[in-house]
Design a binder for this molecule. Structure first.
Ligand code: PAN
Ligand code: ZN
Length: 186
């Protein structure tokens, strides 16, 4: 049966897919400027252009008050010492909050409040729920050995502002120090 995810669908927490939702890919080449170690980024890109994460979004059109949601899956890996992660964004409509639910794998969410620049690092694992307040840049990071999969639910009106992250990146980076995820200044 062809599923129309407008009112009902099913997802695969290991595959990161949602029935009826198209899946988009973000490759290493889409991430220029995101990772702190530019030499490591260029060296990795010279070896190939792997998919770093996929995103399957459902965007029902139900007018004011509608919600959208997406399942993302980040591959395990690192660029230099920095773990594979998402581009990260603010919501274009800054007051829009988001709820993240961990489905499989092990990782973190890095939050950065726009005015204070205060950073928060919160675990994202199965059974974890992370609330992302409005006015807060958010990025997801896979620190594990297997894909990290999670669900995000956000107002349809939120929109994605990637430009602000592209011009001014997160102030903190999550790197492996003696094999342990460690938050340090960029
Ligand atoms: C998530 C993100 C997902 C991919 O659904 O879109 O984690 O990250 P980027 O959008 O930063 O590439 C979300 O926060 N939506 O608002
Ligand atoms: Zn978001």
């Amino acid at each position: 049966m062809q599923i129309n995810p407008d009112l009902f669908t099913r997802f695969d927490p290991l595959g990161g897919t949602i029935e009826g939702a198209p899946q988009i890919e973000r490759r290493l080449s889409d991430m220029r400027g995101a990772f702190a170690d530019e030499d490591a980024f260029n060296a990795a890109l010279a070896q190939g252009d792997p998919v770093l994460y996929t995103l399957a979004a459902v965007a029902p059109a139900h007018g004011d008050g509608a919600l959208h949601y997406a399942i993302a899956q980040i591959a395990p890996g690192r660029i230099g010492a920095e773990y594979y992660m998402t581009k990260g964004h603010y919501h274009a409509w800054r007051p829009a909050a988001e709820v993240y639910i961990g489905l499989s794998g092990t990782g973190f969410m890095l939050l950065e409040e726009e005015e204070s620049h205060e950073s928060r690092l919160l675990p994202l694992t199965p059974n974890a729920i992370v609330y992302v307040p409005g006015h807060t840049a958010h990025r997801t990071i896979n620190t594990g050995e297997i894909p990290l999969t999670y669900l995000g639910i956000y107002p349809a009106a939120a929109g994605h502002d990637y430009g602000s992250i592209a011009t001014e990146n997160f102030r903190k980076i999550l790197v492996a120090v003696n094999g342990e995820p460690t938050l340090v200044d960029r």
